[in-house]
Design a protein around this ligand. Structure first.
Ligand code: FES
Length: 284
């Protein structure tokens, strides 16, 4: 068996001989991830008490999940699809005894599981939140990195979360469609509001992130030795495009996370009356 050789380096939390500002990047990432986790948790617990249906279907109505003030239907991605315990529709299979859970609590397990096991985010939070190690050639507080064993075997679930995340893209695309369907007392119309575009950009960024996933790339083409033996030109084209997205997977990961949070905040700000969801054209 080959024995690992360790380079001589200072031991102790944060000890290093590096003289550059190695701590800047992990610190920035720790702040970014910390804010995103805190915001999503706060919003997830916010909508625990609701019981609202609009004429248009399940909706947050007067709550802070969806904008309906202009006759539009802009649903926050943190609450989509709306799962309402004990009611008809999507939530009917959820026992009414879970009425205290908001839709976000049911939903967030998918994006949280997908991002939490993502190869890029693993590197990000192993460094920034767990200091394991915080940067190259910087000593760790808990001994050397030993690989993803024991509890960390759950990281292998990433490939399954990937399939759910791809399905989630269709759900969010449906929300964009719904955001073009305006409804009033007796009239319906088609239109586009700023909220529609905010939702659309959210799907685009999440699509770039999800379809550039390493597991998706493997499933779509990497699994094959040669394309001519299976899949042919279509599979090869999909794999090549996936590879292009994969090259910037870190950027897609960062920007898409920011935009999910911003999209939810946009909905929240509009339902609170701080902002107005301006209708750009159409509507009722
Ligand atoms: S590796 Fe990042 S989403 Fe799959």
């Amino acid at each position: 068996m080959v024995e690992a050789k360790h380079l001589p380096m200072d031991r102790g939390f944060g000890k290093t001989e590096r003289i550059d500002a190695w701590w800047k990047s992990p610190l920035a990432m720790a702040i970014y991830l910390g804010l995103a986790i805190a915001y999503a948790t706060w919003r997830g617990f916010m909508e625990a008490d609701f019981w609202i249906f609009s004429d248009f279907g399940m909706s947050g109505g007067t709550q802070t999940m969806a904008i309906e003030s202009e006759g539009s239907h802009v649903l926050s991605p943190l609450f989509s699809p709306l799962i309402i315990p004990g009611e008809d529709g999507l939530g009917s299979w959820v026992p009414e005894s879970l009425w205290w859970m908001s839709p976000a609590m049911f939903i967030l397990i998918v994006p949280a599981g997908f991002r939490g096991t993502c190869y890029y985010y693993r590197k990000a939070y192993y460094r920034s939140l767990m200091a394991s190690p915080v940067a190259c050639a910087v000593s760790t507080p808990f001994g050397d990195y030993n690989g993803e064993r024991r509890l960390f075997l759950f990281q292998n679930l990433h490939r399954y979360f990937m399939y759910l995340a791809v399905a989630y893209l269709f759900v969010l695309s449906y929300d964009v469609y719904m955001a073009t369907q305006f409804h009033g007392e007796n009239t319906n119309g088609i239109g586009v509001s700023v909220g529609t575009l905010v939702l659309l950009l959210n799907v685009i960024l999440l699509g770039g992130y999800t379809l550039g996933c390493h597991s998706f790339r493997h499933a779509i083409g990497g699994i094959r030795d040669r394309f001519k033996n299976g899949g042919g030109a279509i599979a090869e084209a999909c794999w090549k495009n996936c590879t292009k997205l994969n090259k910037n997977h870190n950027k897609w990961a960062i920007y898409s996370l920011f935009w999910v949070m911003f999209t939810d905040f946009y909905v929240y700000a509009c339902t609170e009356g701080w902002w107005t969801d301006i209708v750009l054209f159409g509507g009722i």
